[in-house]
Design a protein around this ligand. Structure first.
Ligand SMILES: Cc1cc2nc3c(=O)[nH]c(=O)nc-3n(C[C@H](O)[C@H](O)[C@H](O)COP(=O)(O)OP(=O)(O)OC[C@H]3O[C@@H](n4cnc5c(N)ncnc54)[C@H](O)[C@@H]3O)c2cc1C
Length: 274
């Protein structure tokens, strides 16, 4: 847990401006790096005002791309709050009216595995366990986890949204709702519903050395990096050398990526064609 309160928030902002900001635009998506400000809890509880963060970054001596990228993220926060103020019903309903009545699935086993971090997809499981341990999840990992719940498992985004709100220290009605609806494809300015994150390639791209996975899924820590994001594809000998028996120390994937993706796309196409 990070230290809380206004003084800690000011220190966090000053530290970020002097050391993290310069590489924010290149590092912010890397789950294996401390590349973001970690100001979300301060902004959520009002121990730091968005205006103070805005001015400090705007006036900082840092590359323009990095400053602009950070200010854009702050604007997403403002956008989320304005959207929810304008449409408070979004806490219960999808922004896109054509998603009303979407055939979300009831999958108690899938839900439990997603919450506990035992889906068999290391990066999804790392996100779940970081949430339960730290009350925080890296933004890229939030997007991957939310996409997995809603698209691979077909579970209603509102369930994931409520779970996040229960566990996140920075849990914020507006930003959380925007993030979940964006990930499910039914939100305002959301990513298209047919874009389904591949949890393996996302892991390889944004956690290339596997540091994030090794931190949160320690039972895979000794697996060579080339197999870390898809342990079920590792040769038996390498699994054994790393002390991993699939199905015993770490689960096999609860769904096959291609099958789950095709199922979601078929459900969505059928529903949206009505
Ligand atoms: C499924 C999902 C759920 C989310 N739930 C929350 C939530 O409950 N509370 C929350 O504050 N953010 C939420 N976000 C947005 C984002 O993940 C966090 O704001 C960010 O990870 C916080 O870390 P940071 O302070 O280091 O961010 P930085 O990258 O340093 O960003 C600076 C600030 O900008 C704001 N911000 C950044 N990204 C976003 C975004 N996509 N949408 C809105 N504001 C943003 C935050 O206030 C953040 O503190 C969610 C995103 C997703 C995909």
């Amino acid at each position: 847990m990070l230290p809380a309160g206004a003084r800690a928030a000011r220190t966090r902002l000053a530290d970020f401006v002097s050391s993290g900001l310069a590489t924010y635009d290149t590092d912010r998506d890397r789950m294996d790096r401390a590349g973001t400000s970690r100001l979300s809890q301060d902004l959520k509880f009002g121990t730091l005002s968005p205006r103070a963060a805005w001015c400090a970054v705007r006036d900082a001596e840092a590359p323009e791309e990095a400053r602009e990228r950070f200010l854009t993220e702050l604007l997403w926060r403002e956008f989320a709050h304005h959207t929810l103020w304008d449409r408070p019903e979004l806490l219960e309903r999808p922004f896109r009216a054509d998603f009303e009545g979407f055939p979300w699935r009831d999958d108690p086993k899938g839900w439990k595995a997603w919450c506990e971090g035992t889906t068999g997809y290391p990066v999804v499981d790392a996100a779940a366990r970081q949430l339960l341990t730290e009350g925080y999840v890296h933004n890229r990992a939030r997007m991957i986890a939310a996409s997995f719940l809603t698209k691979h498992l077909g579970i209603d985004f509102r369930r994931g949204e409520a779970h996040y709100l229960e566990w996140l220290v920075d849990g914020d009605w507006a930003a959380n709702d925007l993030g979940w609806q964006w990930s499910a494809g039914c939100g305002c300015d959301a990513q298209p519903y047919f874009r389904v994150f591949h949890p393996v390639t996302q892991g390889q791209r944004f956690d290339p050395e596997g540091t994030y996975v090794r931190t949160w899924v320690p039972e895979l820590a000794r697996l060579p990096t080339r197999h870390l994001h898809a342990p079920w594809e590792a040769p038996e000998l390498e699994l054994r050398a790393a002390g991993v028996r699939l199905g015993e120390h770490y689960p096999r994937p609860i769904v096959d990526h291609a099958t789950a993706r095709a199922r979601f796309l078929a459900d969505a196409k059928r529903h949206l064609a009505r």
